[in-house]
Design a protein around this ligand. Structure first.
Ligand SMILES: O=P(O)(O)OC[C@@]1(O)O[C@H](CO)[C@@H](O)[C@@H]1O
Length: 339
C-alpha cells in the first residue's frame, strides 16, 4: 500500500482559454473544470486509477469539496476535520499548453491539529510500503515538519517502516532533503534541483541533463536514497548510488502540465512496487508524466493511458561527489534495497 500525505490539499480549478492569456484584459473561458488536488492527492489518484492500493491522508472537513472530489473518483482517504475550508488553486491553460497557476496559501492548522495529522500518518504507515510527503505546508507550519514525520514513522515502525518519498518545494524540500532523516526518494523539478544544490543556478537544468545529473548526485552523496528529477519536455533523470539514467518520451502535445510531476512520481512508485529495475521505474515515471501533460487540467492518467514503449533511456556515467558521511536510516541504496 502506498500512503500519501497532503498537508495543504486543494480544489484544482482549471480555466481553459483558446487564446493567449492577456494581463489586464477580460477574456472568455471555453471550459472550466474542478478536481480534488494537491500533490499527494494527485499521486493517490494516479495510483488508484491503475489499481494500486493507496490511502490519501489529508486535513479537511467531511463536507469539504476536496473530499467530495475524492469520493467521486473512488480514492480511499483518511481526513482530519479542521473546521476550515481547504484552498482553491487556479490554473489558466492556453491553447498551446502554457499553464499559469495561482495557488492560495491554504488554511492555518493549529499545532494540536498538526500533531493529530502526524499521529494519523504514523498509525496508517504501519502497513505501507511507501509514504509520500507531498506539496507545500499550510501557513505557519514549520518547514521541518516533513523531517519530523519521517523521524516519527521510522521510530514507530523500525526496519518495517515504509520507504519515504518527498515531493515538495522551497524550505520544506530543503529541510527534508538531507540530514539523518533523509528520504529514500526525492522528486525535484529542474528549478527545485538548482535551488537545493546551488548547481545550475542561472542555467536551465532542463536543457543540460548532464549538469542536472551531477546535482542529483550531490543529493545522493549527502544521504538521499534516489533522486527522480523531472525536466519538463526534456524527460527525467534517475540517480542512485548504483547508477544514473536519463530518459525522454517521444514528443506529446501538452494540454496542461499541472500534476505531470505528481503523475511521474506515481509511475515510478507503481513500477518500483512491482519490483522493476531502476531504469524501468524511470521509464514508467516518464510515461506517466508525459501522459498527464497531454491530458487537460489536473487529470492524471491510468497505466493503460501511458506509453512506456515511447520512452528511450540512456545510462549516464557520473562520479558521486563525496560530501559527508551519512549513517541515517535513509542513507544510500541500502534503505531502498533492504526494505
Ligand atoms: O502549493 P503546492 O502544495 O506546492 O502545490 C499544489 C498544486 O499546485 O500541486 C498540484 C500539482 O502538482 C496541484 O494539484 C495543486 O494545485
Amino acid at each position: 500500500m502506498i500512503l500519501t500525505l497532503t498537508t495543504n490539499p486543494s480544489v484544482d480549478r482549471t480555466v481553459e482559454l483558446d487564446a493567449p492569456l492577456e494581463r489586464g484584459a477580460v477574456q472568455r473561458a471555453v471550459r472550466v473544470s474542478r478536481e480534488a488536488g494537491g500533490k499527494g492527492v494527485n499521486v493517490s489518484r494516479a495510483l488508484a486509477m491503475s489499481g494500486v492500493r493507496t490511502l490519501a491522508v489529508l486535513p479537511g472537513d467531511d463536507d469539504d469539496p476536496v473530499l467530495a472530489g475524492l469520493r467521486t473518483v473512488a480514492v480511499p482517504f483518511r481526513n482530519l476535520p479542521i473546521g476550515a475550508d481547504l484552498r482553491t488553486n487556479t490554473a489558466i491553460t492556453e491553447a498551446d499548453g502554457t499553464t499559469t497557476k495561482i495557488n492560495e496559501p491554504g488554511p492555518v492548522l493549529s499545532s494540536a491539529q498538526l500533531d493529530e495529522l502526524l499521529a494519523v500518518v504514523v498509525a496508517e504507515s504501519g502497513g505501507a510500503h511507501w509514504l509520500v510527503l507531498a506539496g507545500s505546508l499550510p501557513p505557519g507550519v514549520p518547514p521541518t515538519f516533513y523531517t519530523r514525520v519521517i523521524g516519527a514513522v521510522r521510530e514507530a515502525h523500525g526496519p518495517s517502516a515504509p520507504l519515504v518519498a518527498i515531493d515538495s518545494s522551497g524550505a520544506p524540500l530543503s529541510e527534508g532533503a538531507t540530514g539523518f532523516h533523509a528520504p529514500d526518494l526525492l522528486k525535484p523539478n529542474a528549478e527545485e534541483l538548482a535551488e537545493l544544490t546551488g548547481i545550475g543556478t542561472g542555467h536551465d537544468l532542463e536543457e543540460d541533463h548532464e549538469l542536472a545529473a551531477s546535482a542529483c548526485a550531490v543529493l545522493v552523496s549527502s544521504g538521499v536514497g534516489a533522486v527522480l528529477a523531472t525536466l519538463g519536455s526534456r524527460g527525467a533523470l534517475l540517480v542512485t548510488s548504483a547508477g544514473a539514467w536519463h530518459g525522454t518520451h517521444s514528443p506529446v502535445t501538452a494540454r496542461s502540465t499541472v500534476g505531470a510531476g505528481d503523475s511521474a512520481l506515481a509511475g515510478y512508485l507503481l513500477a518500483h512496487s512491482a519490483g522493476e529495475l531502476p531504469e524501468n521505474c524511470l521509464r514508467q515515471a516518464i510515461a506517466h508524466g508525459s501522459a498527464a501533460a497531454a491530458l487537460p487540467g489536473s487529470t492524471v492518467p491510468s497505466l493503460e493511458q501511458t506509453t512506456p514503449a515511447e520512452v528511450s533511456i540512456t545510462a549516464l556515467t557520473i562520479t558521486l561527489p563525496v560530501i559527508e558521511a551519512h549513517t541515517g536510516p535513509g542513507s544510500g541504496p541500502t534503505a531502498q534495497e533492504e526494505r
